[in-house]
Design a protein around this ligand. Sequence first.
Ligand SMILES: [Fe+2]
Ligand SMILES: [Fe+2]
Length: 482
Amino acid sequence: MRVANKRGIEMISAERIPNNVNLSGNKRLQRALEHWQPKYIQWWRDMGPQGFQDYHHVYVRTAISVDPEGWAHFEYVKLPEYRWGIFLADPVHDRRIGFGDFLGQPVWQEVPGEFRNQLRRLIVTQGDTEPASVEQQRLLGQRCPSLYDLRNLFQVNVEEGRHLWAMVYLLHSYFGRDGRDEAEELLERQSGNRDKPRILEAFNEPIDNWLDFFMFTMFTDRDGKSQLMSLSESSLDPLSRTTRFMLTEEAHHMFVGETGVARILERTCQLMKQAGYSEDVRKIGGIDIPTIQKHLNQWFSLSLDLHGSEVSSNAASYFANGLKGRAKEDTFDEHVVKNAYYSMEFFEDGKPVTKEVLMRNAMNEVLRDWYVGDCAAGVVRWNRILEQHGMSDRLQLPDRKFNRHIGMYSGFYFDPNGVSLTKEQWEQRKHEWLPSAADAEYLLSIMAEPVYEPGKFANYIAPPRRGINQLPIDFQYVRTEQ
Ligand SMILES: [Fe+2]
Ligand SMILES: [Fe+2]
């Protein structure tokens, strides 16, 4: 069933699985997804937000169309009743392959046999991150700084769940039996589980305080943006259309992270004026700037790792085959990139050496460059807050070599300025740059009491400038049964 709203825009259908892909026209696929649906709901209940499943109504947005002007509809829902569905951005007429060896040919509506494994791997790796982040964040509701923040957390969570649906739709539709098996396994792996961990390291790290959450949504969701931008260039048209719509939702996740940290900074500045020095704000319950910087270091470096090795033959072949492009591929002059080179800094015998690498082999680094630039712009905006308050402290992105576990810098030690260290020096000093157990303990201590009263905020964070969907800040964004 397809419905149109007042403006004549095609709406998401009101079936058991909301969708704009004419699911009811493909009974086999519909049945397969309806079979997966209860397992998904069970996973959400077990591994999703703890303590907020049955009695709370959350004011969230749900997609009702893919029209950029009006796709979201806001209402109170119980989380397990959220309308998770399958939404693809509208097709682009006569879309052509935009890069690699097949440049200019029509895009694919089916998966070519020779790229099946590579595409499946890309989709599974992306898909795995979505439920992982919900699992990582499942205890945060019990420590929330306000109802406004609680609602934002749940909004991010339900949309990550929807992103899982987006990837599972592709697996079920285009990868047959293997795809169905992969969809099951996406619900079986668990963040941080020793035997069945999530695929990527950053998605196995616990997120048990709100500073981690905001840094994660700032930096790790932004890696999601990098990856989705490069996948939205894909020659596999359904993958491109799926990821294009995911990017619309993703923007809000980064907003939550960036403004969350901004509000902490705002409050820290206020407290510093009372306390004197940054370190002393802990005495009055605030979060000092060095602690904020350490969490920034942690999540930025983990998210750099997510972009993969600097030199990568997989990345080269994804590009050559047209599976994964560069962010904003159309802004580049040349799209085949066969004989181009990238000047890359290597680290050899304790010294940096620049070498030319075939650009195709450097595609992970090209995407990482885009990512670092996008992060740096965010840090500039944060520093404006410190400046406005007349503070001399500034936040900064650590050097890319700092705290890396993947790629050519893993196994070596660097400080945040990129100065090489011995292992002993690193061990001695790492907690100057990364959160320590004492930092974690302090943060948990000031977050132990959740704030559930409308319009009230925890002492360590300033209120937002405005509420959600033009509602007041003291709106009851989450309420219990009435
Ligand atoms: Fe996502
Ligand atoms: Fe996200």
